[in-house]
Design a protein around this ligand. Sequence first.
Ligand code: SAM
Ligand code: SF4
Length: 357
Amino acid sequence: MSDFLQHKSQEEIEGWLRETDPERLKLLWAAADETRRRHVGDQVHLRGLIEISNYCIRACAYCGLRAGHGSVERYRLTRDEILSCAHKAVGFEYGTVVLQAGEDYGIKRDWLAEIIKTIKKETNLAVTLSLGERPDEDLIEWRTAGADRYLLRFETSDRALYERIHPPAKGQEISDRPAILRRLKQLGYEAGSGVMVGIPGQNYSILARDILLFQDLDLDMIGVGPFIAHPETPLGRGELESAPDGEQVPNTEGMTYKTVALTRLICPEANIPSTTALATINTALGRELGLSRGANIVMPNLTPPQYRALYEIYPAKACIDEAAEDCHACMKGRIRRIGRIPGTGPGGRKKGGIAPQ
Ligand code: SAM
Ligand code: SF4
């Protein structure tokens, strides 16, 4: 494994992203798997995902929940629904719940702070938030209430591409997600980020720089999944330009595994999920292959079934028809079948890694 990413340079990463030789790729998968085993062990931590609202003020060019998508029926869970999902997570022995939503200012600072406090008082769960670019006062109050982690993908390290795919909300300036991630770390959150693989306009050099930015931000969690076109969005309708032929990164399964594996090699201690988007493009084996090529986290869905289909960030999302109990049994089975161990405890980042298991 010694010739792997010796220089951790953009050129080296780009070379691997362009690699197509199956024998060379086998070496990449093996190196990523070995690095995963050495640094984060064989446990696969389960993060129970609760999609608490699909309202959103943003107009991201890739996402089905964008404000301009008028035909989406919007919902916001009640306090009791959220707490009931959290108690389900305890019953399933998950260590974490992730409260995710569109950027929804109907989610009030104090309302959510009370819910976070209640979860922390009534359970041992770690609480992760993924609620978009909320103001500093909200982030401070939720951290004080007990929230442990925050997920905010920077989506791309390329400023010009970011401006095209993530326009500012009405009356606001273009945002700086890497700056928000640094602020989250200052506030004491574990910070998670990531990108989609194969968004139109993403070329190999941009994706290589994305991976280097993961390292530069010293992220605790990194999620990478394939871009999946939603027909009711500007990117899904082909309204934004792709990179020239041979330069555009394809939004394929293979390219996603390469990105996951390289991310593991560059950021060995990070918690890396095998994403739902990956499971959507390969329902049979996507999750397992992600876990075998660098990932160590899965996110079973706890959202009450009547809301699942409404959280349609892209079409045909995996697991939308399953109850939490089915998702739970399915995930644990998949983990055990590949010889890994369902994780226990909160499963936060361990700086310096762990002793081999
Ligand atoms: N609203 C919050 C935010 O944007 O950070 C959290 C929810 S948002 C739906 C979570 C992530 O979904 C985004 O960061 C984006 O990377 C991903 N996503 C959105 N649309 C997608 C698509 N069409 N294909 C794949 N992933 C997508
Ligand atoms: Fe809203 Fe997040 Fe979707 Fe952007 S990605 S439209 S912020 S839910």
